[in-house]
Write a protein that binds this ligand. Structure first.
Ligand SMILES: [Zn+2]
Ligand SMILES: [Zn+2]
Length: 336
């Protein structure tokens, strides 16, 4: 009966191989899917106060499953829960300025991370005084965080690169608001070339990394493997510009030129231009002009005044100048 056992063993090993290939295939697909993510989820779109179910400003940028929080208005924690985004995964926070509608949610979020047992550091980039504000709040609540805050003060007077990792860089945009304010540009780095699967299957995996980097390889047998035969060019890196509160001002145009997706505040309709100027804000028409002049491919508008119960008029006004405009509605995720 040995032959029967052998056959069973053979079948089992075939099945195991099949399962293994399936696992490898699925995890590769999953890795490719997640490793290509570059998207932003809107958590708050209201200016000044929460109103009509709209929360003050906050956005979550997801780059290959790394979370970057941009501004943190009141209610941000609840919004993260509502949209099933894990706060614990946020490692970087960028605060544009110290008007409360852009950071009043921060102390609560940082406290909850502490209470939930976070130990890994968090990096915060923001106006210099923000650290002092946080320290005062922790001091008087006698809170000693379990995790370190690595704080980086932003110089609001000139644009600069303030962050870099293997996937992206972040630069500041000097905006023109009632208090020092910076926007942020998230720029993907050039990615590696992509393997042509049918061809790559015919050669050892050990060669993949070099070929994806564009390097040609000579095999021990003397055969030349050319990168361009085994790979296709990577998609061009993309870019997201975030312009929070600002007056329309050509001085920041250079920083945001040719960025793929532009988020720009559009607090008022253009009929309230005087009010926009007075409060150092932008109208929907002006936001669209900024997108058009600076060659954006897509415009998201937000930071809507509490006077607008519905937002259709703001959208239509912007679209009359720049057609590819969308409302930065809460819960919506935009691929960048
Ligand atoms: Zn604001
Ligand atoms: Zn403001």
């Amino acid at each position: 009966m040995n032959w029967k056992k052998n056959l069973e063993a053979k079948n089992n090993s075939r099945l195991n191989n099949l399962n293994l290939s399936l696992v490898v295939y699925l995890s590769t697909r999953l890795f490719i899917y997640y490793s290509m993510r570059f998207e932003v989820t809107i958590l708050g779109s209201s200016s000044a106060t929460p109103v009509f179910n709209r929360n003050p400003t906050a956005q979550l940028l997801n780059c290959n499953e790394k979370y970057y929080l941009i501004d943190c208005g009141e209610g941000t924690q609840q919004q993260l829960i509502k949209y099933n985004l894990k706060a614990a995964r946020i490692d970087y926070i960028f605060i544009s300025h110290l008007h409360g509608d852009h950071y009043f949610g921060l102390i609560g979020l940082l406290s909850s991370l502490h209470l939930n047992g976070r130990i890994k550091p968090i990096q915060i980039f923001g106006p210099e005084a923000l650290l002092e504000i946080l320290e005062v709040q922790f001091k008087y609540s006698d809170t000693v965080l379990r995790y370190p805050i690595e704080f980086f003060a932003i110089d609001p007077t000139q644009p600069a690169q303030i962050f870099e990792n293997s996937e992206l860089t972040v630069e500041t945009i000097v905006l023109n608001h009632r208090i020092p304010t910076t926007g942020f540009i998230f720029k993907q780095k050039q990615r590696q070339r992509k393997l042509i699967k049918e061809k790559a299957d015919l050669i050892p995996m050990a060669y993949y990394t070099a070929l994806k980097k564009g390097m040609d390889i000579e095999t021990p047998g003397g055969e030349m493997l050319l990168s361009e035969d085994y790979t296709t060019p990577a998609e061009p890196p993309r870019c997201y510009a975030y312009c929070s509160d600002t007056l329309y001002d050509e001085r920041y145009f250079e920083s945001i030129k040719d960025c793929d997706t532009l988020y720009h505040e559009a607090t008022f309709l253009h009929e309230l231009l005087d009010r926009a100027k007075e409060t150092h804000h932008t109208t929907a028409l002006q936001a669209a002009e900024v997108a058009k002049i600076n060659n954006a491919k897509k415009l998201l508008i937000g930071h809507f005044s509490s006077r607008y119960k519905t937002l259709q008029m703001l959208l239509e006004e912007a679209q009359s100048v720049f057609e590819n405009t969308e409302l930065a509605l809460e819960g919506k995720t935009f691929p960048l």
